[in-house]
Design a protein around this ligand. Structure first.
Ligand SMILES: [Zn+2]
Length: 412
């Protein structure tokens, strides 16, 4: 067993390799896996997660663990956070006089682990499954909790699991996510997971799909999805979530599953490219733009960080605006949103997030633009449904948020 010469230093190569292993098994959990930074917690005797998505690892425990097993444990630990076990533990009074944090740990492990079985990703150190509690699969921690009260936990998963403070928690405070960012991350992962299942049905475990549907009950609730996508992009740019990954081409089956991390530029600017071509109605676009503007404000972006471009086959206007009413809807010819994206990324300072608002009647670039996150707001207007089958599929490298005109799900 290789042992670190200094017991307070983490083996960062092992951490990186384990994370890549985890991302290769669950690409749709990538945002969460990269948000979970790993800090040394000498002498803790465990590898645990706190409520700010920070992982605290005893270097000696990490040294004794294989790369793949730490990868499995990372998936397991972020699963506690995605499912918000700490908040749910509070609701179940786990920390109260009659509470039992160890039983909750066991119960929430059972909820997490049964979805990790199909890919062989249950971590050996925290391997409790519903069957050890004489319970059926697919239930929630709250159900398993009462059954778990007779036994001690096998592994301490930390405050991110049971909501009870640990002595090492403050060490990750600087890099930790606050509640709001954590909630946005959950929404973005849920949305990514649903897209992944839509692209390739059967790839996402049933328990994960149930979780995502609970979080995003309506597929037309585009405001929450768009807000989450923008927030995760901004958070990433601000350095709190330091990740980006590319997947190899689907066409070549022989390509090994290599995930390449890439570096992001720290400019949290957003450009909005508006499709003003003939197929769009200005009225609809204007209303959507007003809502997008309020979403951007809600995630903390000021007018000076948002630039709006009107675009059909060529970009007509590039303006910094503070209100949607200042947008000039020009154009009316053919459509090429690829040109709009190119022009947006030529702005200085270069925006790191481009939101494209379009009805989808446009060609798209085949390659993803470098160092930028593109979010396509696909506006599904009235009277166009008969043409929907003719809309070219938006590119797989863009995050697509379907904007439906139905108004009964208008939140906030
Ligand atoms: Zn656990």
């Amino acid at each position: 067993m290789p042992s670190s010469p200094d017991a307070t230093v983490l083996d960062q190569r092992k951490v990186a390799a384990s994370r890549m292993f985890a991302v290769s098994r669950y690409p749709y959990l990538a945002s969460a896996l990269f948000a979970a930074q790993v800090h040394p917690a000498e002498g803790s005797g465990t590898i645990a997660v706190d409520r700010g998505w920070q992982v605290h690892a005893d270097p000696e425990v990490l040294d004794a663990m294989a790369v793949a097993d730490f990868g499995r444990l990372l998936v397991h630990l972020v699963s506690h956070l995605l499912r918000d076990h700490a908040t749910r533990a509070e609701r179940a009074s786990v920390d109260g006089t009659n509470g039992d944090p160890e039983a909750w740990n066991k119960a929430s492990d059972a909820e997490v682990n049964d979805d990790l079985v199909p890919l062989g990703m249950v971590p050996p150190c925290a391997a409790d499954l519903p069957v050890v509690l004489d319970a059926e699969d697919g239930r929630l921690a709250e159900h398993y909790y009462e059954l778990a009260r007779s036994g001690a936990r096998s592994w301490d998963c930390g405050s991110g699991c049971d909501g009870v403070d640990r002595p090492w928690d403050d060490k990750g405070a600087a890099g930790g996510l606050n509640d709001r960012d954590g909630e946005f991350l959950r929404l973005a992962v849920a949305s990514e997971l649903q897209r992944s299942e839509a692209r390739e049905p059967g790839t996402v475990a049933a328990g994960w799909l149930r979780w995502a549907e609970k979080l995003l009950p309506s597929r037309t609730d585009w405001r929450r999805v768009l807000a989450a996508e923008v927030q995760v992009g901004v958070t990433r740019v601000a350095g709190m979530v330091d990740y980006s990954y590319r997947r190899p081409s689907r066409r070549s089956e022989s390509t090994p599953s290599v995930i390449m991390p890439t570096l992001e530029r720290p400019v949290p600017d957003v450009a909005i490219v508006c499709d003003t071509s003939g197929s769009m109605t200005g009225d609809l676009l204007g209303r959507v733009l007003v809502e997008v503007e309020s979403i951007l404000q809600r995630v903390g972006l000021r007018g000076t960080n948002v630039r709006v471009l009107s675009c059909d086959a060529q970009v007509h206007t590039v303006k910094r605006v503070s209100h949607a009413s200042q947008i000039e809807l020009l154009g009316g010819g053919g459509t090429d949103m690829g040109e709009g994206i190119t022009q947006a990324l030529a702005l200085r300072p270069r925006p790191s997030i481009v939101v494209v608002l379009t009805d989808g009647f446009t060609p798209w670039p085949t390659e993803a633009p470098p160092r930028a996150k593109v979010i396509v707001g696909l506006i599904e207007g009235h009277g166009l449904s008969q043409w929907m089958h003719r809309i070219p599929a938006p590119p797989s490298w863009a995050k697509v948020v379907r904007i439906s005109e139905t108004t009964n799900d208008r939140s906030r």
